[in-house]
Write a protein that binds this ligand. Structure first.
Ligand SMILES: Cc1cc2nc3c(=O)[nH]c(=O)nc-3n(C[C@H](O)[C@H](O)[C@H](O)COP(=O)(O)OP(=O)(O)OC[C@H]3O[C@@H](n4cnc5c(N)ncnc54)[C@H](O)[C@@H]3O)c2cc1C
Length: 478
């Protein structure tokens, strides 16, 4: 019998690939998915809202149960970690509950995602967290839930790491927390903790929040966080976590030159970034790019024959620069996994490019970005950037609900090509980024974007959508 298509990783990229392969396969090969954890088909993206309490149950953030996955005909092996790839023999080495074994493959997809980096902090004391996965979310929810209230999650699934949950089950809800890192996870968690009545200190080493979103959008988000009571320490670095009796008790920081004494806090969330999880291929001479993620071609093929990579562990082609880039986001993973599944099934399918289109919410504020927002990034990619920032209404001025929307657009001075943009505001600002993302994908100039036939009706938009206003101003400034 022919060796199966083997997938490493049972979430967005891995299960998209396995499902698509089974739907389209032209032969009788099986598909085996190895997942090292107990969770499959889950949404990292919902976890801040689970901690906040807006999402009721962990199960609400899963799309397919293990039974559903198996019902699709996928041979799912949870608690199985792929520990090495031997491409010369077309096998992976797997560590499972019954020991180690070699698994032959006909094609292999590495869809191992990423891991949270700790910033060098020891996160073993009680009250120290990162947020990357369902068990982190469950532990954080236990932290912010009053004692004797069983997580408010009546449906705590078997997959959950109960030891971690129980560690916090009887602890009082913290009075204060330090969030280390002002990227989108830090911002979303600042909202979640605040909603739980926890006093939040948000430390961000660079001189603004949400660096990839550009200055104007970051300012809007910072204003909303402060208005909601979050203490911002922008330009401030946490240098040490201090503990007492095995629990986080304070953070040492350089954020307040006037008062450098440690800040007492009851918990710390470290959200300083992620790194691609490439351990299983580390010794297999699979090429990685400058980002450290696995280098792939337009079909997700790695430098090794019949070995593919997709999702957070892999690079992708940037639609503006044409270079390989590492943009670990949800749609990218689902789309690339699906494309690899189709390719392995017999229909070569490109994974698609990335523009780094992302959105984040901070209380009432929304911010989004796509492409090259920063002049610096644009210059580094060989462009001669020209940018503008405008503020316009989100609906006709006379229609209830109109709110200020701030748009930044960047273009190449010489060619007029749109390079990127960001948008912030309180009235459906984030979804407007899709206009910018589509224009980037199409390689449009700002003049072409200015002439785009966008929808207008008073409840939805002014005659000139804020993105069109920005394009008009930028076209005039070139
Ligand atoms: C808090 C948070 C919020 C987010 N919010 C957003 C958002 O709003 N929008 C957005 O676009 N993206 C968001 N993301 C990113 C998005 O969740 C990821 O891009 C997406 O999950 C990547 O899918 P993946 O399949 O590549 O990796 P993952 O979802 O991480 O899955 C990889 C799987 O591989 C398994 N695995 C790893 N190594 C091995 C091994 N050696 N053997 C077997 N199994 C292994 C892991 O256990 C894991 O289950 C967020 C991420 C986080 C952490």
């Amino acid at each position: 019998m022919t060796d199966p298509f083997v997938v490493v990783g049972g979430d967005a990229a891995g299960l998209s690939a396995a499902s698509k392969f089974l739907r389209d396969r032209a032969d009788d090969r099986d598909v085996v998915v190895f997942e090292r954890g107990a969770w499959v088909s889950y949404a990292h993206c919902g976890t801040p809202y689970y901690v906040k309490g807006e999402v009721e149950s962990l199960l609400d953030m899963t799309t397919l149960s293990p039974d559903d996955v198996e019902g699709r005909g996928i041979d799912l092996r949870r608690d199985h970690e792929v520990i090495a790839l031997h491409p010369d023999r077309d096998v992976v080495r797997v560590a499972g509950p019954d020991g180690e074994f070699d698994q032959p493959f006909s094609d292999l997809l590495v869809a191992t995602g990423a891991r949270a980096v700790t910033g060098g902090f020891d996160l073993s004391p009680a009250g120290a967290f990162t947020l990357h996965g369902m068990d982190d979310a469950a532990a954080l929810r236990a932290l912010v839930t009053p004692p004797n209230d069983p997580l408010e999650d009546g449906d705590l699934p078997d997959a959950v790491d109960r030891t971690r949950v129980e560690r916090y089950a009887n602890h009082p809800v913290p009075d204060s927390v330090a969030v280390v890192g002002g990227g989108y996870v830090g911002v979303e968690m600042a909202e979640a903790f605040t909603a739980r009545g926890v006093d939040v200190h948000l430390f961000q080493r660079p001189d603004r929040l949400l660096v990839p979103f550009g200055e104007a959008a970051a300012d809007v988000v910072a204003d909303h966080l402060e208005a909601a009571g979050v203490h911002l320490h922008v330009g401030g670095e946490v240098t040490e976590l201090l503990t007492a009796d095995g629990r986080v008790s304070a953070v040492a920081h350089d954020g307040h030159p006037d008062d450098p004494s440690p800040l007492p806090v009851d918990a710390v969330l470290v959200g300083v970034g992620i790194a691609p999880a490439v351990a299983p291929v580390a010794d297999a001479e699979v090429d990685c790019g400058g980002s450290g993620a696995i280098a792939v071609d337009r079909y997700g093929r790695t430098s090794r024959d019949r070995v593919y990579a997709a999702g957070d562990c892999a690079e992708a082609r940037h639609v503006v620069t044409g270079e390989q880039a590492w943009v670990p986001l949800g749609l990218t993973a689902n789309r690339a996994g699906r494309a690899v599944g189709a390719t392995v099934a017999g229909t070569p399918t490109q994974t698609g490019g990335v523009a780094g289109t992302a959105a984040v919410k901070a209380f009432d504020a929304e911010a989004a970005r796509s492409g090259l927002v920063d002049d610096e990034a644009a210059r580094a990619a060989g462009f001669e950037p020209v940018s503008t920032t405008i503020t316009a209404g989100s609906r006709s001025g006379y229609y209830p609900g109109a709110a200020e929307t701030t748009v930044t657009l960047t273009a190449d001075q010489g060619t007029g090509r749109l390079l990127g943009g960001s948008i912030a505001g309180t009235d459906r600002a984030a979804v407007r980024i899709d206009t910018v993302a589509t224009a980037l994908e199409a390689g449009m100039t700002v003049d072409e974007l200015e002439r785009a036939d966008l929808a207008y009706a008073p409840p939805f938009s002014p005659v000139w959508d804020p993105v069109l206003v920005a394009a008009k101003v930028l076209a005039g400034e070139r």
